[in-house]
Design a protein around this ligand. Structure first.
Ligand code: PEP
Length: 245
């Protein structure tokens, strides 16, 4: 399975920031890691046309391919712009845009139908963790966010504890290991042997300084990175740690 270093720029970046993607490509001309940048939708077309090895993805799409949905963007439109992945069900969208597991499942299905790869995000809140509900929440989100056909086309799962996103706090290595092992087993139980090929990313305050120990964990096949993906210098350290893992 190819390891993935995915950067989520969120609502950051205008055309002047495209040079960060070029810089990143220059740093990793022939990587065995899939290096993915998910810029805002406005940059997808121009980012996809840049020379170099960086793959481009979107941060969201609608459940429909077209229709009366003012201000929305469909998976078909994203595909036309040259993007290859779509982040689905990020905790910010679950919290701020009312995205339920069922909506996430529908979005992942339209993304796959368009030949793109969904990165389905799951993760517990701090309260859920403190109440000892982490595994129960992960199980519920994993089951509810994936259709019965989900493993028949490429798909990626990102475990992102909500409380670790943008905070500088990360779970202990054994906690990350435990959740990733649970995800792998759960996916195998549901989809069979094919599930060993589903990349499992960790996300939440990954930096150059902690990336190596996270990537050394079994069942961690890469990372979804927010803040540290904005600058090529920072993201390159994470990519390097994944290349060396
Ligand atoms: C994210 O938003 O998916 C994320 C992991 O952010 P950060 O790396 O900044 O914690």
């Amino acid at each position: 399975m190819r390891k993935i270093a995915a950067g989520n720029w969120k609502m950051n970046g205008t055309s002047s920031n495209l040079s960060e993607i070029t810089l990143l490509a220059d740093r990793h001309p022939k990587s065995d890691v899939e290096i993915l940048i998910c810029p805002p939708a406005t940059l997808l077309g121009n980012a996809s046309r840049l020379p170099g090895s960086i793959t481009i993805g979107a941060q969201n799409c609608h459940t429909s391919q077209s229709g009366a949905h003012t201000g929305e963007i469909s998976a078909q439109m994203i595909a036309e712009l040259g993007a290859k992945y779509v982040i689905i069900g990020h905790s910010e969208r679950r919290a701020n845009n009312g995205e339920t597991d069922n909506i996430v499942k529908k979005k992942a299905m339209v993304v796959q139908k368009e030949g793109l790869t969904p990165i389905v995000c799951i993760g517990e809140s701090l309260k859920q963790r403190e109440n000892g509900q982490t595994i129960a929440i992960i199980k519920e989100q994993l089951n509810g966010s994936l259709s019965s056909d989900a493993a028949k086309s490429p798909i990626v799962i990102a475990y992102e504890p909500v409380w670790a996103i943008g905070t500088g706090h990360i779970p202990s290595m054994s906690e990350i290991s435990k959740v990733h092992e649970f995800c792998r087993k759960q996916l195998q139980k549901r989809f069979g042997d094919i599930a060993v090929r589903i990349p499992l990313l960790y996300g939440g305050s990954v930096k150059g300084s902690n990336a190596a120990e996270i990537f050394a964990l079994k069942n961690v096949n890469g990372a979804l990175v927010g803040g540290a993906s904005l600058k090529a210098d920072d993201f390159s350290q994470i990519v390097k740690a994944l290349e060396d893992a």
